[in-house]
Design a protein around this ligand. Structure first.
Ligand code: PLP
Ligand code: COI
Length: 337
């Protein structure tokens, strides 16, 4: 085990590990793929990924259970989403079985970097696909690379399960029928300035509104949005410009498992009074309670700016309980490495 890691103080930062997985696509097929020690890539300066954003990525985690097992959470969903992104950006699909096998191989090769059970950390897994090979005009690449690297991580938003304050932004990260549903870097490049402006103004991040009318909540730059209505329903925005979060899909079910109704519906930013609690959800963000949202200079506090709401806590404990192997996985979401 690496001696110099303080497992309880891990933030969300890159740390080189032992090995990453790399596979190349050329002439219509993927090669076998292999593990490399080097975490550098050498590609053409004219590659489509570097100029035209023909690239995608995924985010998933490996968790260390109390009994020592290593668990993945719904890796098939990451593979399916990565292939949907590939379709949108005219990149070749990577077979699901091969993807899950590669993820397991990388996780095993870096087992010593999985934070111990009880520290709250996990091993973040970052699959990525990029267009490579020489190119000049705006067209799909003729060659591709798929890599998977890992890094031990803690909380994405400072404080983990403690409320953060967000502010709405007038910028859009993705167009209404653009690439918001794809997990491609361009959406994140578009989010850097709004994020900086929000942080500079003292907020943890910004909330994007729907790009067509700017009246409904879309999502956070790196997580989906959810809220608990005052009559105890779990709701999360329906929108054509947000990423289909695997955590969100799981929480829609988890809420029902916990006796709540749940649905995807429009969340109007001028009707936040309907909600008792709110949160951001995602692989990196896990469940981050939202203390308040400031919109057009008016601050709306949900449950509290310092205390976690009871339903948010219950969902957090249930979801992370399944992910770390402490709660019965009755939907078959967990895959052992
Ligand atoms: N929305 C955006 C923009 C994201 O980057 C992420 C992170 O992956 C999510 C939502 C949450 O998705 P998931 O729960 O699949 O990690
Ligand atoms: C994830 O939650 O895995 C993400 O991809 C968010 C990331 C942009 C940090």
């Amino acid at each position: 085990m690496p001696q110099d890691i303080n497992w309880k103080e891990l933030g969300f930062a890159y740390r080189k590990t032992n090995r990453m997985f790399v596979s190349y696509w050329k002439d219509g097929q993927w090669d076998e793929g292999r593990l490399t020690e080097d975490d550098k890539l050498t590609i053409d300066a004219s590659a489509t990924s570097l100029h035209y954003g023909q690239q995608s990525f995924e985010g998933m985690k490996a968790y260390r259970a109390k009994d020592g097992r290593i668990l993945l959470f719904r890796p098939d969903m990451n593979s399916k989403r990565m292939n949907r992104t590939a379709n949108r950006l005219l990149m070749p699909q990577f077979p699901e079985e091969k993807f899950i096998e590669a993820v397991k191989t990388v996780v095993k090769a870096n087992e010593e970097f999985i934070p111990p059970y009880g520290t709250g950390g996990s091993l973040y897994i970052r699959p990525m696909q990029i267009g490579i090979g020489p190119n000049l005009g705006v067209r799909p690449a003729t060659e591709y690379l798929l890599a998977i690297f890992v890094s031990p991580v803690g909380a994405y938003f400072k404080g983990g399960l403690s409320p953060v304050n967000f502010v709405t932004t007038t910028y859009d990260r993705a167009a209404a029928f653009g690439t918001g549903q794809a997990k491609c870097g361009g959406n994140y490049a578009a989010s850097l300035l709004p994020h900086k402006e929000a942080v500079d103004a003292g907020y943890a991040d910004c909330i994007y509104l729907d790009p067509l009318t700017h009246t409904k909540i879309d999502e956070v730059g790196a997580a989906n949005f959810f809220a608990i209505t005052k009559d105890n329903r779990f709701v999360t925005p329906v929108s054509s410009s947000i990423l289909e979060s695997i955590t969100k899909i799981s929480l829609l079910q988890a809420a029902q498992d916990l006796g709540m109704e749940s649905s995807e519906e429009e969340v109007f930013v001028d009707q936040l009074d309907l909600y008792a609690e709110a949160g951001a959800c995602g692989t990196a963000a896990v469940i981050t309670p939202i203390g308040s949202i400031t919109h057009e200079g008016v601050k709306h506090v949900f449950h509290s700016e310092t205390e976690v709401g009871p339903k948010t806590r219950q969902l957090y404990e249930y979801l992370t309980g399944i992910q770390y192997g402490d709660v019965e996985d009755k939907h078959g979401w967990v895959v052992e490495v």
